[in-house]
Ligand binder design. Sequence first.
Ligand SMILES: *Cc1c(COP(=O)(O)O)cnc(C)c1O
Length: 374
Amino acid sequence: MPRIYLSSPHIGSDERALVTDAFDTNWVAPLGPHVDAFERELASYVHVPHAAALSSGTAAIHLGLRLLGVKRDDEVWCSSMTFSASANPILYEGAIPVFVDAERSSWNMDPALLADALDDAARRGRLPRVVIVVDLYGQSADHDPIRAACAKYGVKILEDAAEALGATYKGEPCGGFGDVGIFSFNGNKIITTSGGGMLVAHDQAIVDGARFLATQARDPAPHYEHSVVGFNYRLSNICAAIGRGQLRVLDERVAARRRVFARYAEAFADLPAITMMPEAPWGHGTRWLSCLTVDGASDVGREDIRLALLAKEIEARPVWKPMHRQPVFAGCRAIGGAVSEDLFARGLCLPSGSNLKDADIDEVIDVVRATVLR
Ligand SMILES: *Cc1c(COP(=O)(O)O)cnc(C)c1O
């Protein structure tokens, strides 16, 4: 067990009282006033009118795809550089994942590559139904050109902002740039409900549809009547109470993670072997995880640093292995792929939690510097 974690839950001062309120009012069952309030408060924070609180970010992606009309054998394109949960729901729906490579300035989906590939797909008469655009490690993708490329062919966008609650693109909050946006409140994210997610949309019908499907798809009738297959995907009132407290400290949490990143960046500035993940000029990221790449020509590799940290019980991990290289997606088409493969070969995530102590950060810095300078 590590002593210093990559990203651990960081509870604020209000969560306990909000959960106690849920107990005191006997709203421990699914749904309840904290769910409604959490949806309202999050929607208002991200400037999107409608939100549905769900049991996970993965559930939100699943329902999002379904509500955007994804059917069996449709193509759904997705950022290759991401966590598997971005893409797994494509397979839940029997659709076909196609993975789009990253660009170096943000590590997110390459808009030019996407635009060319959509032109090509239109010529072939095989456009994707949806493009899943990830805001990686809390940094916004370049949404304007991505939206323009998709709008040209009426292709819908699902913005996976699981890591980017609190980030902005051109001054606007991440999560609202697609037809559907999703967030995660998993224990390792910027804020947590101990586990949960949110689906947001500008179109109320989509969010109404998400609530319907997430509560077993009950038709309006006094008895239990069902015409479509439903899911049990709603968030509980207890978890929502935690989420409301967490939302109150979200801006502090983002600032704390950005401070962690800035400390690393300053400490490694004189090491030519190390480059911190760039911040693209169009946005203000959450720095959910502090990531770096190790120069390919350097004597030390990413694994040398990771193992040196592990020896001191410090958790560090390679950046996401691209989806087009994952066994579970073997045989799926990739559009490009060299950039995300290179980032995976050289990229490392360092402890990044908003609750890290200065002494923990100093220790990480010392181990990295000693390994690089050995
Ligand atoms: C965490 C994460 C998810 C999944 O969220 P859960 O709440 O854990 O289901 C999806 N996409 C990305 C990019 C994530 O980091």
